[in-house]
Ligand binder design. Structure first.
Ligand code: HEC
Length: 104
């Protein structure tokens, strides 16, 4: 009985933790990235097309490692702005995890 209860509590905690992570990263993405990368990461916005952003699920992007993605977000690349000093390392890591959810 006690064990079951503890299990249920842990599940609730885990679920809550995941939800707040997803919400934070999703909100940051929506505010700062969506205008170029699109709501679904397809880069199908006018700004995405004019800056030549690639869909996150294209092979060029899916073959990149997390470190590669973190580097592009931190330091920028071509028309991709650098977010060094504007986002924390933790926020950038969460965004990479969020991008992976858009790659499915
Ligand atoms: C002004 C438009 C613009 C904004 C805003 C923008 N990006 Fe980008 N992003 C680009 C472009 C263009 C590229 C492709 C750069 C290149 O050619 O290497 C890119 C590349 C990337 C890449 C590397 C993989 C790829 O698609 O080439 C990641 C990851 C990425 N952006 C994440 C983000 C995140 C996270 C944000 C918000 C914090 C963001 N971007 C905001 C335009 C933008």
């Amino acid at each position: 009985m006690v064990k079951q209860f503890a299990g249920a509590c842990l599940m609730t905690l885990l679920a809550a933790g995941t939800a707040s992570f997803a919400q934070d990263a999703a909100a940051t993405y929506k505010a700062k990235c969506q205008m170029c990368h699109g709501a679904t990461g397809m880069a199908d916005t006018p700004a995405g097309k004019s800056t030549k952003a690639r869909p996150f699920n294209s092979p060029d992007v899916t073959k990149m490692s997390d470190d590669d993605l973190i580097k592009v977000i931190t330091d920028g690349h071509a028309k991709m702005p650098a977010y060094k000093g504007k986002l924390t390392d933790a926020q950038i890591k969460d965004l990479v995890a969020y991008i992976h959810t858009l790659q499915k």
